[in-house]
Write a protein that binds this ligand. Sequence first.
Ligand SMILES: [Fe+2]
Ligand SMILES: [Fe+2]
Length: 161
Amino acid sequence: MEDLLNRQIEREGYSSILYLSMASWAENMGYAGIADWLYNQAEEEKMHMLKIIKYVNERNGKAIIPSFDKPPAEFEDLKIMFDHVLEHEQYITSSINEIVAETVKENDYATHNWLQWFVSEQVEEESSVQAIIDKLNLVGDHNLYMFDRDIMSMREEGEGE
Ligand SMILES: [Fe+2]
Ligand SMILES: [Fe+2]
């Protein structure tokens, strides 16, 4: 279990720097709203990583701070970038699910229970990224200015639910 949680520490941390890299790219492209959204997302992923670090240590395990692969620095366009975000979140969901499955195998009900927060979080994240992709498809290439302006309000609406 400790190894699996340490693996997840690395994956949440990589998520954070991946979104940071996307944020920086978007900022350079002039998409201030999208950059903001991604900087926020990077911060959330860092909190996910911290949450696991603290849990492992609290349970008398040893959380290991890993090095991270260098994330891509260039993205072809916004649509491709957000497809990448969705794919990455789906990968994180299956990674969380693997840990949940292992808690059942090992009768680790405390960790099973603790992981439910991540299970719900992944449902939310996948659906908010899907909503962004749907909206991007709807606006097409001509209204990206409006999309950039509106994206942060989509986040606020999502959080109000
Ligand atoms: Fe996460
Ligand atoms: Fe995430």
